[in-house]
Write a protein that binds this ligand. Structure first.
Ligand code: SAH
Ligand code: SF4
Length: 442
């Protein structure tokens, strides 16, 4: 297979983006060449997501269309589909995309090069839907250095034990497996050597890091050890996602006392109604959630809080929805991702009665987004005149932008800056949901 080229298309979350970087590295180590042009590749890898049906369906039609379009111009690359959607749909996906030669779930993805060899020899479809075992972590640092990116993802846990009643992730990714602390430290060392300036620690519930290794408060231990070992570096450390059930004030305290840790917490609330939170099996109440928000705001007044919200969970009444609008006002989120509930077979909520009509879900989503956008506008206006430190992470011609440690993007048109530069700026105005700033020379 020497000299064969490949292209990777990624759907879904940051964990998937990180997984694609890892697979690209595994492929390169096995003699394949990564290219940017999908049409010229000998092998197409699709890394898929199963969280919501609509997005999954769109991904399937994209893959089908890609194959059809390529066949029309007499190109017949080997099609490999892997990740959560393959794990979730298994043979149903194989039937729907008959043009795929290799379809595997979330477990044996590091074997893709061997599977490609095998396919080339035998010309027989390869399917593998084994679930990851309780010990499987992808633990050596094997990622392609992406020179246009100053940040990189670093998974610290794989899988999830929480079984929120709407969610497929525990079924598609297996039980939580934490990466050993020493491995993470070695990976960080390598990341710094590679020249990255920001690391995003990833897990479905980073706050439960280490529980499966027998560590209590393992996430605090991890953050403190990172802080001690890399205190003198200028790396920025973020982490995603904090689960409100396991988030603890001691984590906020560590962030406050460490110059490396950025001031942003992604803390998905999902719903503002205690009744719905219980039905979702989230393991916390709105009071508990607001306790965390208040602690963060008091301890780190300049921090940002982001969230995820699901609209239209089965049985969500008008009252429940108003509770969600209410907590959105109370928490004053800096960022929010909102989703319409998608019923996924195999999850506990799939069987629940009172699934809401799509039109009602859409109406509520629109109202929620309007409320969030109003809050956002006020927050953006309050930025005007403020000074902040940003790290430049995007450059297009003379236009640069970067993020503050609390994850606010600020644009600098007509500037002469370079990627990774940390600079002081003053915000001069806000336009169409964006902040614009100027360099401050101090
Ligand atoms: N582990 C993270 C979230 C991972 S999935 C957490 O618990 O917060 C990312 C987001 O997708 C979730 O926060 C949720 O808002 C959304 N999501 C998950 N399953 C969904 C479903 N069936 N329908 C709609 N949104 C869903
Ligand atoms: Fe899904 Fe809940 Fe696990 Fe997040 S914590 S991945 S929402 S089951």
């Amino acid at each position: 297979m020497a000299n064969k080229t490949f292209f990777v298309e990624t759907y879904g979350c940051q964990m998937n983006k990180s997984r694609s970087e890892h697979i690209a590295q595994v492929m390169v180590q096995n003699g394949y060449h990564l290219i940017e042009d999908k049409k010229r590749a000998d092998i197409l890898l699709f890394n898929t997501c199963a969280v919501r049906e609509h997005a999954s369906e769109k991904a399937i039609s994209n893959i089908q269309k890609t194959i059809k379009d390529l066949n029309k111009i007499s190109r017949h690359p080997i099609i490999v589909i892997f990740g959560c959607m393959s794990q979730f749909l298994k043979n149903r996906l194989v039937q729907r995309v008959p043009g795929a030669q290799i379809v595997i779930g979330t477990s044996n993805i590091e074997q893709i090069p061997q599977y490609l060899e095998e396919y080339t020899r035998k010309k027989k479809k390869i399917l593998d839907f084994n679930l990851p075992s309780t010990s499987q972590v992808f633990d050596e640092r094997g990622y392609l250095r992406n020179s246009s990116q100053i940040f990189t993802f670093l998974p610290i846990t794989y899988g999830c034990n929480n079984f929120c009643s709407y969610c497929v992730v525990p079924y598609t990714t297996g039980p939580q497996r934490s990466k050993p602390l020493l491995t993470i430290l070695k990976e960080i060392e390598k990341i710094i050597q590679d020249g990255y300036q920001e690391i995003i620690l990833l897990g479905q519930n980073v706050n439960s890091y280490g529980l499966d290794l027998g560590l209590k408060n393992g996430f605090e231990v991890l953050l403190q050890t990172i802080d001690q070992n890399f205190h003198d570096s200028s790396i920025w450390i973020r982490f995603l996602t904090s689960h409100p059930k396991d988030m603890r004030p001691s984590i906020v305290d560590i962030v406050k006392n460490s110059p490396l840790m950025t001031r942003y917490f992604h803390l998905p609330i999902q719903s503002g109604s205690d009744r719905i939170l219980a039905a979702m099996n989230r393991g916390y109440t709105r009071d508990h959630y607001m306790g965390l928000v208040n602690y963060i705001r008091q301890t780190l007044p300049d921090s940002g809080i982001g969230t995820d919200i699901i609209i239209g969970f089965p049985g969500e009444t008008e009252r429940d929805f108003l509770d969600t609008l209410d907590i959105v006002q109370e928490a004053q989120f800096e960022q929010a991702y909102t989703y319409i509930y998608s019923s996924r077979s195999g999850t506990a909520a799939y069987q629940l009665p009172d699934q809401l009509p799509l039109a009602e879900k859409k109406k509520r989503l629109q109202l929620l987004n309007q409320t969030l956008s109003d809050i956002h506008q006020i927050k953006l206006k309050a930025w005007v005149g403020k000074r902040a430190k940003i790290m430049i992470d995007q450059i297009e011609g003379l236009n640069a932008s970067g993020r503050t440690t609390d994850n606010q993007r600020i644009f600098l048109p007509n500037s002469n800056l370079f990627l990774g530069q940390v600079i002081s700026v003053v915000v001069i105005n806000t336009l169409k949901g964006k902040l614009y700033g100027e360099l401050v020379l101090s």
